[in-house]
Design a protein around this ligand. Structure first.
Ligand SMILES: Cc1cc2nc3c(=O)[nH]c(=O)nc-3n(C[C@H](O)[C@H](O)[C@H](O)COP(=O)(O)O)c2cc1C
Length: 323
């Protein structure tokens, strides 16, 4: 299934090298101001073309098909599409019989019995994250005054991003990284205990971004090495402000009004130009694999804006439940 959400409901569609990709958003309140130019800053931040990213550049121009009238949301479903203009399907056929290690080629072929569009990774492609970014732009407008910022903390274990990229480029390899997201001015009381905790829903969406491998909230894994007296966040005023924020702004699955903080680990890109081995399913043996085509050397560089989007989407779904 390709849908998410209870109140702010999303369905994404499309394939990397198909005609279009896009998103259907249902449940968006009416009267939210949206101009085409509102989408541009976030779409630009996700764009490829800079050092360490793919040379496939698309215009990424959103085509609003429905749900926005006179620059305001109407309350009806919003459909937004993006054309795929810069495509090269021929690079991908080989991955049907010789799948890329660590990519989705093998599982896609098995799960969809060979009917999947394999070009550019098809429906598994990072290109579909474009749809999440536009939904994020709309979601950010629904919760008043909310501020969400995701930043790259490190690439390949260092804060010297250039050095890590140069190393990967020189070795025809790829690198991953860590992204931290901080959301501020969040209303107290978003989220539910247990299954719909804020952590559960943000994680659900975070792992919907291709390439995310781990998440931690607040002190995260480090909490396991702390004493209770060190970890516990002391409330210092009537608003519930805490002196420390080891809980990352969430207690019992519910936002406590302090900054929501989480970090994500992004894998190194599967498609590297360094020669690798793979299994040939026709010849039933391991053989050499050379991956051609245009790929991000470091997908982390393009992901912060997508993380902001999924955070806004998760919080908006909760916000609409409470309001
Ligand atoms: C913005 C973005 C761009 C991506 N670009 C590439 C790419 O150029 N080459 C590639 O192999 N994977 C790329 N990926 C990652 C793959 O889509 C992903 O690794 C693959 O679908 C397998 O999913 P998994 O890593 O979550 O297991 C990209 C992901 C995102 C979010």
């Amino acid at each position: 299934m390709n849908s998410f959400g209870k109140n702010f409901r999303l369905s994404i569609f499309g394939e990397s090298h198909g005609k279009t990709i896009g998103i259907l958003i249902d449940g968006c309140p009416s009267g939210i101001s949206i101009n085409d130019s509102d989408f541009l800053p976030d779409l630009l931040r996700r764009k490829s073309g800079k050092k360490g990213t793919s040379t496939r550049t698309e215009s990424d121009k959103p085509k609003i098909i429905s749900g926005i009238f006179n620059n305001k949301t109407t309350g009806a479903p919003i459909l937004i599409e993006f054309d795929n203009d810069n495509i090269k399907p021929s690079d991908y056929k080989q991955f049907v019989k010789t799948p890329r290690p660590g990519h989705a080629d093998f599982v896609a072929n098995k799960k969809f019995k060979g009917f999947n569009d394999y070009n550019g990774g098809g429906h598994f492609s990072g290109r579909l994250s474009l749809a999440l970014v536009v939904a994020g732009v709309i979601a950010k407008k629904i919760i008043p005054n909310i501020k969400i910022k995701a930043t790259i903390k490190e690439i390949y274990g260092t804060s010297d991003i250039n050095k890590a990229l140069d190393f990967a480029i020189k070795n025809n390899d790829s690198v991953g990284g860590i992204i931290e997201c901080k959301a501020q001015n969040i209303p107290i009381g978003l989220g539910e205990p247990f299954f719909n905790s804020v952590e559960s829903v943000i994680s659900h969406l975070a792992f919907s971004i291709p390439g995310i491998k781990a998440i931690e909230f607040g002190a995260g894994f480090n909490a396991s090495k702390m004493l209770g007296s060190e970890f516990n966040d002391l409330i210092i005023d009537k608003k519930g402000t805490t002196k420390t924020n080891n809980s990352g702004g969430i207690n019992g699955g519910i936002t406590n009004g302090n900054d929501l903080i989480f970090r994500l680990a992004v894998r190194p890109t599967a498609s590297i130009s360094k020669p690798q081995k793979t299994f040939n399913f026709e010849k039933n043996k391991i053989q050499n694999l050379i991956i051609k085509g245009r790929h991000d050397i470091c997908i982390t560089l393009r992901i912060p804006v997508i993380v902001e989007a999924i955070t806004a989407i998760a919080l908006t779904d909760f916000y609409l439940e409470n309001n």
